[in-house]
Design a protein around this ligand. Structure first.
Ligand code: FDA
Length: 599
């Protein structure tokens, strides 16, 4: 049996495994990822890629590569409900922050725009980035058993081509092995929720829909054909490449048997949904999948951590599948890196589950609620299971009639479409993840109340646990985001006018802990120019205060005003020790600072 020793083993090379591997490699950790498949995703699958995920790509230095392959935000604008592409349009919603009413919210929240990049195009980009950083991959390699002891993880796998058996011994492992996670099963992870709540087929098609979409560009077209007993089943078209590559996604009722996936059947169905009987359609592939609503109770057990679908499985609504999977890795990778480098205690790793499990639970529940909320549209349109096509069309005639009932029903449809903002413009859910754990040090303040609906609207804050707010600033004659000052596997200290206090404090704490803490002063006339005054409005601390930002760009600690230099150093050291799981008792920093006699 071949034996391999490696600091981190990642099981799975989907979005979760690839992102974790690329980030670990970038942070200097030798990592081996395995996948039982011969390559990355062979079909489009997930596609909506939100701003937080693009921020991770920015951290990896591959944002431009992703953008080059993606459908830009401007072309994601319209969500359309219609009887068919060529048929009657029923409703339209401006989506994914592209609409006039939401664009500013999205633009102000992040330097990165949301985009649409299907999984089979995104995965090779992350794979290439991981390899450039030295990560190793074994394709065609299937995990068979995994176990752990006090010192490490042992995984046995087999090369599915040669049959060679391989035993890997790792200090830590990441189970990113998808919805049927063997890692989760063998290590006894527990889940809450239900699997198999619905069945779906995704058919990848080449078909030119330019005449039907160019005047209403978007990436999701919901086709509801009157008389279709499973109304949702008519077919949702997901843009793969504008406007000639698509996924036709259809729900089906398993109790009525499995659908016919022959090429002829798929082409016939596609033509019916498009509403053009002779349109040229090429079928590239067809996959069945199911709707789940399940989340792990814990995302870590000893030396093994779950990421992606291995930990949370939910419907595609809100487009949170791949996004959440990639963001798991962004939370975990720096923690593993610091622990493996001896710069943090193992307690830091417990914060992964403390922080990500509530996010996973929230995402799973939000996605399921969004699926259920879609029924409001079916109700408003007047489509019910079992009705004939004639009844369905009669309902539509009434909906669009100049009558009291027509007006009432149109108001109902407007409300049903507005409800879909919780799926298609759900900015607070997309960006507003707030962490609470021992890797976040409270400052004694109370979180500012939400000014608008917390799910629909993201509210930037530097409250400890929040993601660092974005503001455009200028550094060395370059316009950059405040987000660019943080990340890259390091803590950063963002200060203002009193940066000398914080520079000395960071040097002292950094040398005591063996970590590098870059300090930036932001403000008018500072090293980083607050060109539009936006940072002053966002930072929520005074000019003399500071923010300590973690490598995943979440605020770990903040100080509203600078104390004297000795106290600043002591408080920063205390905060870092707590965050890193190193002698985390209050007052220790003061003693170290005094003993070091640095001030
Ligand atoms: P993913 O399933 O992508 O990857 C798992 C990895 O683990 C693979 O590399 C696999 O080889 C590996 N693996 C598993 N068992 C192994 C073993 N025993 N040994 C070795 N390797 C093993 N989501 C969404 O948000 N919008 C959407 O439209 C869709 N559509 C969609 C369609 C279809 C057909 C599918 C199958 C899924 C979707 N999804 C989706 C879900 C989305 O694809 C999903 O959330 C992400 O792929 C999750 O990424 P992971 O990396 O966690 O798992």
């Amino acid at each position: 049996m071949k034996e391999i020793e490696i600091p981190v083993l990642v099981v799975g090379a989907g979005p979760a495994g690839l992102a974790a591997t690329a980030l670990l490699a970038r942070y200097g950790i030798q990592t081996l990822a395995i996948t039982r498949y011969p390559g990355t995703a062979n079909s489009p699958r997930a596609h909506i890629t939100n701003q937080r995920t693009i921020e991770v790509m920015r951290d990896l230095g591959i944002e431009d590569r992703v953008r080059a392959q993606a459908t830009p935000n401007a072309l994601m604008l319209n969500n359309v409900w219609a009887t068919s592409f060529a048929g009657k349009e029923l409703a339209r919603l401006q989506a994914w922050g592209g609409g006039d009413r939401r664009r500013a919210d999205y633009d102000q929240a992040s330097p990165c725009g949301m985009c649409n990049i299907p999984q089979h195009l995104l995965e090779p980009i992350i794979l290439a980035a991981a390899r450039e950083q030295g990560a190793q991959f074994l394709f065609n390699t299937e995990l068979k058993t995994i176990s752990q002891d006090a010192d490490g993880v042992t995984a046995e796998m087999v090369d599915t081509i040669s049959g060679e058996e391989i035993r890997v011994r790792a200090r830590y492992a990441v189970g990113a092995d998808g919805g049927n996670s063997l890692v989760a099963k063998q290590l006894g992870f527990e889940f809450d929720g239900e699997m198999g709540l619905g069945a779906a087929i995704s058919c990848w098609l080449e078909v030119d829909l330019t005449p039907y979409v160019q005047h209403r560009p978007g990436v999701l077209y919901w086709m509801a054909e009157p008389g279709n007993s499973y109304w949702f089943g008519s077919g949702t078209f997901v843009c793969v490449r504008p406007w000639n590559e698509w996924i036709m996604l259809s729900m089906y009722d398993k109790s009525r048997g499995e659908p016919d996936l022959s090429e002829d059947a798929i082409v016939a169905r596609a033509r019916a949904v498009i509403g053009v009987p002779d349109i040229a359609v090429k079928v590239k592939s067809a996959n069945k999948w199911q709707i789940n609503h399940i989340a792990a109770r814990d995302m870590g057990k000893g030396r093994v951590f779950l990421a992606g679908d291995a930990a949370h499985r939910h419907p595609p609504a809100n487009g949170l599948g791949t996004n959440t999977s990639i963001q798991d890795g962004f939370n975990l990778a720096w923690k593993l890196a610091l622990v493996l480098k001896g710069q943090a205690g193992p307690g830091l790793l417990e914060t992964y589950s403390q922080e990500r499990q509530p996010v996973a639970r929230g995402v799973v529940d939000r996605a399921m609620k969004s699926v259920n909320d879609m029924k409001a549209i079916a109700d408003a349109i007047g489509f019910t299971p079992g009705q004939s096509a004639q009844e369905g069309w009669a309902n539509l005639d009434e909906l669009f009639s100049d009558s009291v009932r027509g007006r009432e029903r149109r108001a109902q449809l407007d409300a049903a479409v507005a409800l879909q903002n919780y799926q298609f413009n759900c900015h607070g859910v997309e960006l507003g993840q707030m962490y609470a754990s021992s890797a976040i040090v409270p400052d004694g303040s109370v979180r500012r109340a939400a000014e608008r609906d917390r799910e629909l609207y993201y509210q930037a804050t530097t409250f400890p646990g929040a993601s660092l707010p974005h503001a455009w600033v200028e550094h060395e004659r370059r316009r950059i985001s405040t987000l660019d000052l943080a990340g890259h596997g390091r803590f950063a200290l963002l200060a203002g006018r009193s940066d000398q206090v914080w520079r000395a404090a960071a040097a002292q704490a950094g040398s005591a802990l063996g970590i590098d803490i870059p300090v930036y002063s932001i403000g008018a006339g500072c090293e980083v120019q607050d060109i539009y005054g936006d940072w002053a409005r966002l930072r929520e601390v005074s000019e003399s205060g500071c923010l300590l930002v973690r490598p995943d760009r979440h605020v770990a600690w903040r100080k509203h005003a600078a104390p004297d230099q000795r106290q600043a150093a002591a408080e920063l050291l205390d905060a870092l020790q707590a965050i890193l799981g190193r002698q985390a008792h209050a007052g220790h920093g003061a003693r170290v600072a005094a003993e070091a006699g640095a001030f």
